[in-house]
Ligand binder design. Structure first.
Ligand SMILES: *Cc1c(COP(=O)(O)O)cnc(C)c1O
Length: 400
């Protein structure tokens, strides 16, 4: 195959080459001051990212997984608690729950948005939980205290936050947004009558800046966003060995800081994020239109009326997933599956003893979803060739 005709799933090279000078300058500045950990570059990025998200605080940490773990711990989630989330997410969501000392419990997803199903969440809280003698919410199944829910803003689209926040208030649990795939995603809050940004609606938001995310570092990085000054202060302590002052440790913490070089790189790239997200959204509308004629074969992603997705991924659904993926691979088109096995069926969670069929929408999605090439510099020509390859596949299927 002609290398020029190959369409990557994700192009991480071009944007960095375009910004090479600014990015190299960050490195030189760091060398000249030996400011590698903390300092002005970290504080500068934290301020700009808080502004971008519309929160009072952003605290830089070493990864999205640490952001989730510190967010949970700062909200008071304790050893023995249960935290509710979906099976259709990257394992980091549940790893963070376990690392905070709690155990995950699952609620199925909505089949159109792939985010947590409000109906299932309401059902879980009302029927799968009960109150103990102190009025605290406990899981009937595990007998653990249920203390938080993590809605995952998957593929760039926010979960339906208004009813989640209402339910959380009614049942007295904390809401921690997993915004690792949703930097800059927006949600129209019917309650507040305004658009809100991912990471600004729950008590805390957690972001990853893994290189492939909408805002990516040149290495590992993450951030926690919140309006709550006490939570921000606790996260700052947790990321830095439990100290507020050097060598005065109030608690045991972690080595979970954000590198100055990564913070500087993120500050450079943050200036482009709105433009890049706009390009992703425009690319999604192009795909929507190009794929419309093949509705019988592929279902385009659903964007809820309350939502402006930032299309971290453009995920279609098809009953012929494996065949279509193989067909696109043969045509030189990169694809991905996010994710092929729902968490409750992963070996790592065999101890939970969940059965096939317990979370049917997550299981169905895992068998049918396919992520098409999606990144800011994706061209109309490339998208046309993806559609052309899908058209060939559709024709083949119509004739047999
Ligand atoms: C990437 C990701 C994470 C973890 O982020 P890391 O920076 O890789 O630790 C958590 N949750 C979701 C949904 C993600 O996509």
């Amino acid at each position: 195959m002609d290398a020029n005709l190959v369409i990557p799933f994700l192009d991480l090279v071009t944007p960095h080459l375009e910004l090479e000078q600014d990015l190299s300058e960050v490195f030189c500045r760091s060398l000249s001051t030996a400011g590698f950990i903390g300092g002005v570059m970290v504080e500068g990025f934290e301020q700009s990212f808080a502004t971008f998200c519309g929160t009072r605080h952003a605290v830089g940490v070493s990864s999205g997984t640490d952001a989730l773990r510190f967010a949970l711990m700062a909200c008071g989630i304790q050893s023995g608690d249960a935290v509710v989330t979906v099976p259709n997410t990257f394992i980091a969501t549940t790893e963070a729950i376990t690392q905070a000392g709690a155990a995950p419990e699952f609620v199925d997803i909505d089949e159109n948005t792939y985010t947590i199903s409000i109906e299932r969440l309401r059902h879980y809280l009302a029927n799968d939980c009960t109150r103990n003698q102190f009025g605290r919410l406990i899981s009937r199944r595990s007998k653990r205290l249920v203390t938080a829910v993590i809605p995952v803003h998957i593929y760039g689209q926010m979960a339906d936050m208004d009813p989640i926040l209402d339910l959380a208030e009614e049942y007295g649990i904390a809401v921690i947004e997993d915004a690792c795939q949703a930097h800059g995603a927006e949600y129209f809050s019917r309650k507040r009558n305004c658009w809100m940004t991912a990471g600004s609606m729950g008590r805390v938001g957690a972001f990853s800046f893994y290189p492939g995310k909408n805002l990516g570092a040149c290495g590992e990085a993450g951030a926690v966003t919140t309006d709550d000054g006490d939570i921000a202060a606790r996260v700052r302590m947790l990321r830095d060995h439990g100290q507020v002052r050097k060598y005065y440790h109030d608690v045991e913490g972690y080595n979970g800081r954000l590198d100055a070089i990564q913070a500087g790189i993120l500050s450079v790239k943050l200036k482009y994020l709105a433009r890049w997200n706009g390009q992703r959204r425009a690319g999604a509308r192009v795909y929507d239109e190009l794929l419309e004629p093949f509705r019988g074969i592929v279902t385009i992603p659903g964007e809820a009326s309350y939502s402006k997705s930032v299309y971290h991924l453009y995920v279609v659904r098809t009953s012929f997933r494996n065949e279509l993926q193989a067909h696109l691979t043969d045509a030189g088109i990169g694809t991905g599956i996010h994710y092929p096995i729902p968490l409750h069926l992963q070996n790592a969670y065999a101890w939970m003893d969940r059965k096939i069929g317990e979370y049917p929408e997550s299981e169905k999605a895992a068998n049918q979803i396919l992520s098409l090439p999606m990144f800011p510099g994706l061209t109309l020509g490339q998208q046309g060739r993806v559609a052309e390859a899908i058209s060939q596949f559709a024709a083949k299927h119509a004739s047999c």
